[in-house]
Design a binder for this molecule. Sequence first.
Ligand code: PEP
Length: 225
Amino acid sequence: MIIASNFKMNHTRRSTKAFLKKLKEVKTNHTIRVFPPATSLFEFDIVGAQNGYPAVNGSFTGEIGLEQIQEFNIDKILIGHSERRNILGEKQEFIAKKFEFYKNENFEITYCIGEPLEIRQKGIDEVIKYLKNELVGIDMNYDKLIIAYEPVWAIGTGVSATIKEIEETHNKLREFIQAPLLYGGSVKLDNISEICEIENVDGVLIGTASWQVENFVRMINQVKG
Ligand code: PEP
């Protein structure tokens, strides 16, 4: 299983260091990923960047590019998170540009997709149609691709999608996606085991419940395998 933590805009450099130190002591067969903020990047093989501009460097105020990410020998990145799409206004064309750039740099790319509530309410066919639009321009055969399905209405709300909804969506996604499929959206200690046992769920991307290292470690230990 792949178990990933997205810090979003949480943790400082100091607290990230302490978090990673604790995590280093954990013995697990699972693949762990941690995405701290840009100011808290460290050279550690489980660490990835939450964002990256599709350029080595340049006049892109407030952004970080390949040069800054590679200073930490980081070769993993999160692209397409719904908060970047919806709050920061990233469009599919730009997201696909980022994907292409970091793919060409041989990064492991955790690529996020997820529908808003009004689409979920229209049923599974509309959900899949929406998710396919968020995959336009993305090379689905890239061998370092990981897809994270994160319904927007379940992110940070404390209310995860139901087991049935996750199962149905992942089964449909599996029809055209060979890459590992993570589920994200209010994964926590009391639902992680059940979610990870669903067919076609290859792991989880966790926000809120992962920010306390003790809780994250408990979650890792709870997943079978
Ligand atoms: C996320 O934003 O990637 C996420 C899954 O958040 P949360 O676990 O807080 O819903």
